[in-house]
Design a binder for this molecule. Structure first.
Ligand SMILES: *Cc1c(COP(=O)(O)O)cnc(C)c1O
Length: 370
């Protein structure tokens, strides 16, 4: 009997995460120069990162031989000052992916269940399965979360509920009142993970204050990231706000140095440059309009999105994706999310959006002809 076959059955059953194709990989496969490739596949910020973050990284390079501050004192201090939470309510993660895994390893075991929506972020089932717990996937309504059905799906085994707002990959958005009403329905001993990875992109009229709810709902955890609007995806840093008891448990389980020194200083500097965030959100709004108008002109159905990406029905999505790749444009197929006819495109710079639109027009002509 092999070593691998002796691993727990629930580990062997895990389907690996399918990331967006890296630029270097497509360049290798197609023999294309990397400079000719447009990647709109992973919801990264097309403006890159704040110049303040870049400077902080350069300044910190000399100290890379030293371990980082395992408690992230300085980053927690700026998060605490900015958002009015106590440092003991904060957990820092190696990306918010790490936060989601820390939730699973702190709160889920064999026999427990986690509830989440159909078409929700792929890491929820991954983290749940890795802990040996059971996934309860609740059918979506209009590609978004059905909060009433999710509340009804909670039973005695449920320890965690994951809610993504906006959701990835569909971009659907739940208003604050709906979330608050949901929190009132969830039993006090079930942790609600509110994943706000794209919160910086919300329109002013969509904004709600989940942090204020922490006072009334000690079973709420808010998860956020520096990977998306802050443009630090490659550094891996995210954070959670929760009740101090919840944060304390997760801080015991996490690796002692789970956030690197460069990530810590970059995140701290990035938080201080809100002008960059405003500029990124503005660029996103204009790109969203540019791409949605073009999709309308092409006669394609798309889902209104509150994030920095747009999901559209391409029909023969795998063939359209292949034709886009041949033109050096990387988007994200989402068959793994139960949406085999759909593709997700990240909003890029105006010229990148144009490259995508032109390539999509050609890809559709090619696949409809063939
Ligand atoms: C991108 C994303 C994350 C996490 O990304 P990290 O880089 O690990 O911070 C979490 N949740 C959702 C919904 C996402 O789209």
């Amino acid at each position: 009997m092999s070593v691998a076959s002796r691993a727990p059955e629930y580990i062997r059953a895990i389907r690996p995460y399918q990331p967006g194709k890296p630029i270097s990989e497509l360049a290798r496969e197609m023999g294309m120069p990397e400079s000719g490739i447009v990647k709109l596949a992973s919801n990264e910020n097309p403006l890159g990162m704040s110049p303040a973050a870049r400077q902080a990284i350069v300044d910190a390079l000399a100290e890379v031989a030293r371990y980082p501050d395992g408690n992230g004192f300085a980053l927690k201090a700026v998060l605490s000052a900015r958002y009015g939470v106590k440092p003991e309510q904060i957990v820092l993660g190696n990306g918010s992916n790490d936060i989601l895994e820390l939730v699973a390893s702190s709160f889920l075991r064999l026999g427990d269940a986690a509830v989440f929506s159909q078409h929700a972020f792929a890491v929820y089932p991954l983290a749940t399965n890795a802990a040996g717990a059971r996934c309860v996937e609740v059918p979506a309504v209009a590609y978004g979360h059905d909060l009433d059905a999710m509340a009804a799906a909670i039973d005695g085994d449920t320890r965690v509920v994951f809610v993504a707002n906006p959701n990835n990959p569909t971009g659907t958005f739940l208003p604050g009142e709906a979330l608050e009403a949901f929190l009132r329905k969830v039993p006090a001993d079930v942790l609600v993970v509110l994943d706000e990875a794209y919160t910086e992109y919300l329109a002013p009229e969509q904004c709600y204050d989940a942090i204020a709810w922490l006072t009334h709902f000690p079973n709420l955890l808010i998860s956020r990231t520096f990977s998306k609007a802050y443009g630090l995806a490659g550094l891996r840093v995210g954070y959670a706000f929760a009740h101090p008891d919840v944060a304390d448990l997760m801080n015991r389980v996490r690796q002692p140095f789970n956030v690197s020194s460069l990530a810590l200083v970059a995140a701290e500097a990035a938080l201080g440059d809100q002008e960059f965030i405003a500029r990124s959100a503005d660029l996103n709004r204009r790109g969203m309009a540019q791409i949605s108008v073009a999709l309308d002109e092409l006669g394609l159905e798309w889902i209104p999105s509150a994030g920095n990406f747009l999901t559209f029905r391409a029909g023969k999505a795998a063939a359209v994706d292949a034709a886009l790749l041949r033109q050096g444009v990387i988007v994200r197929p989402i068959a793994g999310y139960g949406m085999p006819e759909w593709l997700r495109v990240t909003i890029g710079l105006p010229e990148e959006n144009l490259r995508f639109i032109d390539a999509l027009r050609a890809a559709l002509a090619e696949t409809r002809a063939g």
